[in-house]
Structures are given as C-alpha cells and as structure tokens.
Design a binder for this molecule. Structure first.
Ligand code: GRF
Length: 206
C-alpha cells in the first residue's frame, strides 16, 4: 500500500485552521497524516494544539539564524527530513523567499480570509468592510512567491451585513476557512488537482 501523504503545517498564532486540519485527519476525512507543525513564534497557541493532538511541534526561532534565508533553509530541511509531500500555510505570518516557494511549488497551500484577488495581505476582513463590498469570503490557493497570489483551488463566499464588525465578519469567514482548507487538502491528497497556468482543474472523484 502506498504511504499516506505526509502534511506539514506552518503557523504563527491561534491555530484554528491547524485544528480543523488535524481534526479532519483524525476523523478519517483526509487520506493524509498531519506529520509536523512548525511555528516561528514560541508563544503561539498552535504549538500546544499540536502537542495535544500528538503532532510533532517544532519552534524554529528566526532570531537563531543570521538571515531570513538561513531560517527558511532550516524549515525546508526539517520538512524534507520528515518526507513532507504537502505543506499548508495556516496563518504563517512571514513573507517567504523564492528559494522556499520554488522548493514547494505546486505542493504548498495557503488559506486567506477574502475572495482573492481582492484584499490580499494583512487585515483582509477589515479591508473588505472599509471598502464596502457586500460579499467577501475565504480562499485556498497554491503558494507562490507573491503575497496571496498563487493559483486558486477553492473559494467560499460570505455576505457582509450592515451591522458587521471586524470580529463578527472574521468569525463567519473562519467557519468557511475551516471547511474549505481540509477539503482542498483532501483533493490534493486524492491527486485530483492539476495546475494549468493560473487555473486549477479539479478532477471528478472516480
Ligand atoms: C486565518 O484567518 C487565515 O485565513 C489567515 O490567518 C488566520 C489564522 O487563523 N491567513 P488561525 O491561526 O488558523 O486561527
């Protein structure tokens, strides 16, 4: 039997998307193993969530490395040692160099709280509210060297209500993130995604 896809997750904070991925794997909804969680922040709650679920949790301190590239090389080495076939960026708050994105091209996914290409970067929910759009949402896309620019795998729309605050909107978007991120990982694990330029084709399930 072929080895299950080994997934690595990079995250810097709260870890709710990481939790959604782990729970999907635990419940058998993902033909994949969440093999390692790497964080760049010692105090990130996501590290404890990983430990609580028996997932190896690594803190790789950027301050321990002379350059950003050196830190990324350590991350790449840790992932390669663990034979990671898919990398998930789940709220990883660092800008990645092309060395890194090139190494994982076509096998790294990112989750973003807007309907890309609208509102990339930080505070996407606030940007959507301030712009006055009626609909925003969540996007899972392949990572590339740009900021939230790679080919889009799945999106979910979320309406904006007149009385929404950044918190209420973020909460509703997050519920969609927790649904589409594991779904995108499942499609990848089943070998059903094919990147064709900017478009991602999803093969029907056999
Ligand atoms: C999410 O909104 C995600 O879309 C963004 O960062 C946030 C991370 O939240 N990239 P969490 O740590 O997964 O709870």
């Amino acid at each position: 039997m072929p080895e299950r896809l080994r997934v690595g997750v990079l995250a810097s904070g709260r870890g709710s998307n990481f939790r959604a991925l782990v729970e999907a794997a635990e419940s058998g909804r993902l033909p994949a193993v969440i093999a390692v969680l790497i964080s760049d922040r010692d105090a990130a709650p996501v590290l404890d969530i990983a430990r609580a679920h028996g997932v190896e949790a690594l803190f790789l301190d950027p301050k321990q490395y002379p350059t950003r590239e050196a830190h990324e090389k350590a991350i790449i080495a840790a992932l390669d040692e663990r034979r990671i076939g898919l990398l998930c960026h789940a709220g990883y708050m660092r800008i990645l160099t092309s060395t890194y994105t090139e190494h994982f091209r076509g096998r790294a996914l990112n989750i973003h709280p807007s309907l890309l290409p609208a509102f990339p970067g930080l505070h996407a929910q606030r940007q959507a509210l301030e712009h006055g759009v009626r609909v925003t949402g969540a996007t899972v896309h392949f990572s590339d060297e740009g900021m939230d620019t790679g080919p889009i795998v799945l999106q979910a729309a979320v309406p904006i209500f007149l009385n929404d605050t950044e918190e209420s909107l973020s909460r509703r978007i997050l519920a969609e993130e927790h649904r589409i991120f594991p779904e995108a990982v499942r499609l990848f694990a089943e070998g059903r995604l094919r990147i064709d330029g900017r478009r991602v084709h999803i093969r029907e399930s056999p």
